[in-house]
Design a binder for this molecule. Structure first.
Ligand code: ATP
Ligand code: MN
Length: 487
């Protein structure tokens, strides 16, 4: 077997990095071209006869009596593998071949070869290897990903290896595509992307428990005052909305709530548009347009992943997503929601009662049993919601909107913000807040105040909705929950 000199390897790596964007046509002759497995499978028979080079990890290997080994290679670009054929005449018999002795599940490889129509079932083309290089072996007696399917609980304990599984890699590809689609959505509509701070001084936004920031050094208050990890970028986004008009933030948020549920993380990502001169109806319209556009974007960009989720994770996925596009969103007031739920008191564990928060059981019932689609619940009791939400004319409710979806429950929380100075001050007093900490927020109402509105959408809950994965811990690369933080 020919050994690679470091120079040759360097040449290959250069090619690997530059080839992603060059035209396929230029890769004729014996030039090695690195294309992703996804590209190769998409092109199929069209590239029969081409000499190519792939880089990836071995998923499985099977040695046949007919003198060849079948190696499934995955490079993280696709749920499908590329089947590689190793001829025993060329590479040696399984018992004695140097290459085959290293080609176990998990090993990292480079394979050069010719794309050939596959005589076997299950794949249109395969790669007949001419040269194989093993970068790193994976000892079959210790490599944890031997079985085809592992439980998600098990995979969470090996969060450094779980992206090599089909489900987690597919979720993360979708997460990447979704993140870019989010920026695209707002950019096309004239929004500015504002980086709101991670370290903040506001602790009583009303969104739950905060993490305190400390250097750990005795008696030191680094910033001269208590600071916290942000629970939401909204308040700071409001500052920019009242200057730039249409803005959004998209970044991490932190909540120290001790809720070990399948839809809470201590660190999660939120998309938060904030728009000057918008009222609650505009806000709802924006959220509906946003959710619809994201589903459509995933249909075009992540078709393969969605088909995979439909097949292996949630058989109702496509129906549910299509239903949103077809049926749209039903808007009901909190008061109506309580009335509707009260008629089903017997089917619920906690009796609904005006003034109490909707339990997740109630949210589920509304969106999965009663409406069977997304529900926008508006006009919540003033006492349930944070100080900044605009007080309605009835004086009892605020111009809030939560969007509930089947399978997940609340994915969006938003509102029109209180723009009237006197009403805001009264709200803050009622909630027992220290006005002097919020002079800057009050200034926005003192000087050039305008009606404005916004919402926060939890990225991970949205991914639960888009993929059907049951637990939110599978939607983020490195989940942080009470008692759990790896790396
Ligand atoms: P919930 O009542 O479901 O805990 P919330 O009302 O506290 O959520 P908001 O403050 O309205 O949430 O935040 C806006 C959005 O951020 C929520 O609709 C949800 O999608 C997401 N979100 C909130 N808390 C979490 C969390 N701990 N983990 C993941 N996503 C979250
Ligand atoms: Mn909420």
């Amino acid at each position: 077997m020919e050994k690679d000199t470091s120079n040759k390897l360097f040449e290959r790596l250069k090619l690997k990095m530059s080839c992603e964007c060059i035209e396929w046509e230029r890769g004729s002759g014996d030039m090695e071209i690195k294309f992703s497995v996804r590209d190769i499978l998409r092109r199929g028979k069209e590239i029969s006869g081409q000499n190519i080079c792939i880089f990836g990890w071995v998923r499985t290997r099977r040695d046949s009596k007919a003198g060849v080994s079948f190696v499934e290679v995955n490079d993280g670009s696709s749920v499908k593998n590329l089947q590689v054929i190793l001829d025993h005449g060329k590479f040696g018999e399984p018992g004695s071949s140097e290459v085959l002795s290293k080609l176990h599940t998990g090993a990292s490889v480079m394979v050069e070869g010719v794309i050939t129509p596959s005589p076997g079932k299950g794949q249109e083309i395969e790669l007949v290897a001419s040269h194989v290089e093993v970068y790193g072996e994976a000892d079959p007696s210790t490599y944890p990903l031997q079985k085809k399917r592992h439980s998600f609980e098990f995979l969470r304990q090996i969060a450094h290896l779980r992206p090599r599984t089909n489900t987690i890699s597919a979720v993360m590809r979708l997460r990447s595509a979704l993140s870019l689609a989010i920026h695209d959505f707002f950019r096309k509509r004239g929004f500015y992307y504002i980086h709101t701070p991670i370290i903040t001084t506001s602790d009583c936004e009303g969104a739950g428990e905060v993490f305190r920031i400390t250097t750990g050094r005795d008696g030191e208050e680094f910033f001269g005052r208590p600071t916290y990890l942000t629970v939401s970028g909204q308040l700071q986004a409001e500052i920019y909305a009242l200057a730039l008009g249409k803005v959004y933030t998209f970044g991490p948020a932190f909540r120290a709530e001790n809720s070990n549920t399948r839809r809470h993380l201590a660190e999660f990502w939120m998309v938060e548009p904030e728009v000057a001169f918008y009222d609650l109806n505009d806000d709802i319209a924006l959220a509906k347009e946003f959710i619809t556009a994201m589903i459509e974007a995933m249909f075009t960009e992540c078709e393969e992943e969605l088909n995979f989720f439909q097949r292996f994770i949630d058989e109702n996925l496509m129906d549910r997503l299509n239903n949103v596009l077809k049926k749209g969103f039903e808007i009901i007031s909190y008061t109506e929601a309580i009335k509707m739920l009260s008629q089903h008191g017997k089917e619920l564990e906690v009796a609904p009662s005006w003034g109490d928060d909707l339990q997740s059981e109630h949210e589920k019932f509304l969106t999965e049993v009663m409406v069977r689609g997304p529900v926008v619940v508006i006009d919540y009791p003033r006492s349930l919601k944070p100080f900044y939400m605009r007080v309605n004319d009835d004086n009892n409710t605020v111009a809030a909107m939560d969007i509930l979806v089947p399978g997940v429950g609340e994915i969006v929380g938003g509102s029109q913000r209180e723009e009237r100075f006197d009403v805001l001050v009264e709200q803050m007093r009622l909630k027992g807040m220290k006005l002097e900490d919020y002079e800057w927020y009050l200034d926005l109402r003192r000087y050039g105040s305008v009606p404005h509105a916004g919402f926060g959408l939890g990225l991970e809950r949205f991914i639960q909705f888009l993929t059907g994965v049951q637990n939110i811990r599978e939607t983020i690369p490195f989940p942080r929950t009470p008692g759990h933080a790896l790396f």
